[in-house]
Design a protein around this ligand. Structure first.
Ligand code: NBG
Length: 838
């Protein structure tokens, strides 16, 4: 490739290779140039937003220089790449992250200062890229950061939603959803109008025999929608590696509205096709851990899988290698079952288009894919109806049938005595209508399947994939416990703590090797260190208190114990258990004499999280939290002893303010329901303790930090089934303290009792599926322990510092190392120091 470029042209290019800014002055020149020329603004009309834009463009230029080098080096090195397919990337803001990863935040701060702006105000102008619902999408974002930081040649593939997760407003104590149009000005993406893929839907399949007598299938007719690539540079921390996140946008294949119709006056229908095509990538489905089986969602999934695979195959074909090399050049990771259609799609490309034999193709397919499972909740397991698939993707349905046939024949040969097994493991569920079970297809089409925490990975082997363990053996199933990037969740969110750690550890290496944190244990008794650690926590609480005041009008005392539960609203996550506990506390306070009240530990209970728009019960819990806050926060008997806050519109950038400010955070899912959880890790890494059930990663956090440094409570996963049974059939009595809470709600103490009837009823009368009553006593007793423990600030601080020192395991760098080693078999490509040779 290089040799093909004539010497004079090459000379001109290398002479003018753009150089990234280094000094404050160079930064200012770049930022001001962008403000004046790219944005057409000037000294006289430049506000925070224009400054944000100019600063971002200056940094984007830097990233693109590194991005170009990285992509060239990866192409020349011609080694295996990872493709991370995720329908969600919950990126949050990019500017602060870019500044810190390229190590130029100080330069920018000084430059902006000289230009008359405060860096915090400028950073605060950025709209979150909120292309995800919760933990699954944020995990994908942390993984991108780790893959770039570890120099793994990797691409993310996703959808460019015009609307991310909705914005949440709280109006009169109710959630109201507002659309999140975030693309008005997005300096972090590059539209690649030259990188397009035509995606087919509907139509029919024609089969015939070719001259050699081979059966050939052709997928014909139907409609075409065009996928356009938008690239987002992903900078690694302290390395030139800048990977790519490619998001696909949809548009009409012709690129234009129907001109004939337009000319004949049918203005509305002339744009209808265009709008229909653009609908595919228009909006993120706002459900967390719930599958609704909508046709448009299936269209999104195929559109994105087909465009991504076309791109991956096109890149592979440029290497001119034989097809059998495909799995040694390409690793594709399926983030949950959302991209499972990539499996039949690759089989279709290899067999129908490239003409490979079925078995040879299937071999390649199964060696290429890895599948990560993120939930055992039955309502979240994806199934698509056969008639819908037949209508939308007729050829894929045939391929899925063929995959299933071969698989079932294999099972029958190996388990001839277990007749029922065929029914149980079939990809096609014999229901009315028949359904395609995507998780089974993902297991069958991948070489490795992993869960996201030890308990979860054990559970999938004994529950949803039990038969598949028998069929394939246990080695196909493995665990990769989730992690978080310490760059965003420590260095960026809690800069003072990051600096303090760096002074003790002699630099910032811990940001790239988080296990180095263990050295902090030597400072547990160091008076100066302790004092500063505590001051930082207090300052972070003051910052959050200001945010609370600004957004809710409620004043909270930063010396109170801050008790935080922020995550998607879901019955299995049990925010209802938390708010019932708060009501219990309120009732206790009301009963106390003034001198008893003086002994109490003041608390602020902080909630945040979105409910899926159609999830009535979750919305009811939000409403109850708001109503309790309304009553408690204005009760003169209570004062500072208890405040109840619901923070509007919880998202990544708010998490960066909330996480460093917590004393206790709540991770209280019914045991066996939360696959991992990742905010639990963020809170402990930022010097907060947690109250939690024996669920997900809480168990491994306990193993790392020690039982004395975490507040565990509640029933175990192994007992859940029996407990549920007892609710329905056995002798079971509602917890008396919880009964008192329900009486208070029913009395109208928190507004219209009728509004909470079905919430209370789900526990009292309808089986208490999430075992709120069973865990209630243990929960409130544990909160009493927390109050006592917090009063001894010295011991509390020791717990916090010790825990931070022991969190090294939970870096997403460790996850990526494990995936790279055990699943992807890919090596890092360390960039040349001055990699401009290419
Ligand atoms: C979620 C789990 C979380 C887990 C994240 C990331 C889905 C389907 N699953 O517990 O509920 O931390 O995945 O693995 O969103």
């Amino acid at each position: 490739v290089e040799a093909a470029i004539p010497e004079p042209a090459r000379k001109a290019w290398t002479k003018f290779t753009p150089k990234p800014f280094e000094t404050t002055e160079e930064f200012e020149r770049e930022a001001i140039r962008h403000i004046e020329t790219t944005l057409a603004r000037s000294l006289y009309n430049c506000d925070d937003f224009a400054t944000y834009a100019g600063t971002s463009l200056a940094f984007r230029d830097r990233l693109i220089i590194d991005w170009n080098k990285t992509q060239q080096e990866q192409t020349f090195a011609d080694q295996k790449r990872v493709y991370y397919l995720s329908l969600e990337f919950l990126m949050g803001r990019a500017l602060d992250n870019a500044m810190l990863n390229v190590g130029k935040k100080d330069v920018a701060k000084k430059g902006l200062d000289e230009m008359g702006f405060r860096i915090e105000d400028v950073i605060g102008q950025e709209h979150d890229a909120a292309l995800g619902n919760g933990g699954l999408g944020r995990l994908a974002a942390c993984f991108l950061d780790s893959m770039a930081s570890l120099n793994i040649p990797a691409w993310g593939y996703g959808l460019r939603y015009r609307y991310g997760i909705f914005k949440q407003e709280i109006v009169d104590g109710y959630q109201v959803e507002v659309p999140d149009y975030w693309l008005d000005f997005n300096p972090w993406e590059f539209a690649r109008h030259d990188v397009t893929v035509d995606i087919q839907f509907h139509g029919h399949v024609r089969k015939y025999q070719d001259d050699s007598g081979k059966q050939v299938a052709v997928w014909e007719g139907g409609e075409i929608v065009q996928a356009v690539a938008y690239d987002v540079p992903i900078p690694g921390h302290n390395t030139p590696t800048t990977n790519n996140l490619r998001l696909w946008g949809s548009k009409a294949a012709s690129g234009e509205f129907d001109f004939q119709k337009f000319n004949s006056g049918e203005y509305e229908s002339s744009v209808a096709d265009q709008q229909k095509a653009e609908t595919i990538s228009a909006v993120l489905y706002p459900n967390d851990n719930l599958d609704r089986g909508k046709e448009l969602r299936l269209k999104q999934q195929y559109f994105w899988c087909a465009a991504s695979l076309y791109d991956i195959v096109r890149r592979f074909k440029k290497t001119k290698r034989a097809w059998k090399d495909f799995p040694s050049q390409v690793a594709i990771q399926l983030n949950d079952t959302h991209p499972t259609l990539a499996i039949p799609e690759l089989q279709r490309i290899l067999v129908d288009i490239e003409g490979l034999d079925w078995d040879e193709a299937w071999n390649i397919v199964t060696q290429t894919f890895g599948y990560t499972n993120h939930t055992v909740l039955p309502e979240a397991l994806e199934k698509w109806s056969v008639p819908l698939m037949q209508y939308l993707l007729p050829r894929h349905l045939q391929i899925i049938y063929d995959i299933n046939l071969q698989f079932l024949q294999y099972v029958e040969r190996n388990f001839p005595k277990d007749r029922d097994m065929l029914r149980r493991v079939s990809i096609v569920e014999e229901s009315q209508p028949q359904m395609v079970r995507m998780a089974y297809l993902a297991v069958i089409g991948s070489h490795k399947v992993n869960g996201v925490a030890e308990l979860h990975s054990d559970l999938i082997k004994t529950t949803i994939f039990k038969d598949f363990v028998a069929i394939y053996g246990p080695d196909k199933f493995t665990n990769v416990t989730n992690g978080i990037t310490p760059r965003r969740w420590l260095h960026q969110a809690n800069p003072r703590l990051s600096e303090l750690i760096a002074t003790k550890l002699g630099g910032h290496e811990f940001l790239k090797d988080l296990t180095l944190l263990h050295k902090l244990e030597a400072y547990v008794d160091d008076a100066d260190f302790r004092k500063e650690f505590q001051e930082i926590k207090y300052a972070n609480k003051v910052r959050l208190a200001k945010h609370i005041k600004n957004t809710t009008g409620v004043s909270v005392n930063p010396s109170s114990l801050f008790d935080v539960q922020v995550k998607r609203m879901h019955e299995y996550k049990r925010q209802q258990l938390n708010i019932f506990g708060v009501i219990h506390r309120y009732l206790q306070i009301k009963k106390m004499k003034p001198e008893e009240r003086k002994k109490l530990q003041p608390r602020v209970s902080i909630f945040g999280g979105k409910a899926a728009p159609g999830y009535w019960m979750a919305k009811t819990v939000i409403h109850l939290i708001c109503e309790v806050g309304r009553v408690v926060n204005s009760d003169p008997d209570v004062g500072d002893l208890l405040k109840v806050i619901f923070l509007e519109d919880y998202n990544v950038s708010k998490a960066e303010i909330i996480t460093p400010a917590s004393d206790i955070s709540e991770h209280i899912s019914t045991a066996g329901t939360e696959a991992s959880g990742t905010s639990n890790m963020k809170f402990v890494l930022n010097g907060g303790l947690i109250i939690g059930t024996c669920d997900g990663a809480n168990i491994e956090i306990t193993r790392e930090v020690g039982e004395n440094n975490i507040f565990l409570f509640g029933n175990l996963a192994e007992d859940v089934e029996d407990l549920r049974h007892a609710h329905v059939y056995g002798s079971y009595k509602l917890d008396p303290d919880l009964a008192a809470v329900f009486d208070a709600i029913k009395s109208g103490m928190f507004g219209d009792a009728g509004a909470f009837g079905h919430l209370v009823g789900s526990i009292m009368d309808h089986g208490d599926y999430y075992l709120v009553s069973d865990d209630f006593n243990s929960y409130i007793k544990t909160h009493e322990l927390i109050d006592e423990a917090y009063k001894n600030q010295d011991e509390w601080l020791t717990k916090c510092i010790t825990s931070v020192a022991r969190m090294g395991f939970f870096s997403s760098d460790r996850c990526i190392d494990e995936y790279a080693e055990a699943i992807w078999n890919v090596e890092p490509l360390v960039p040349k120091q001055n990699g401009t040779e290419h």
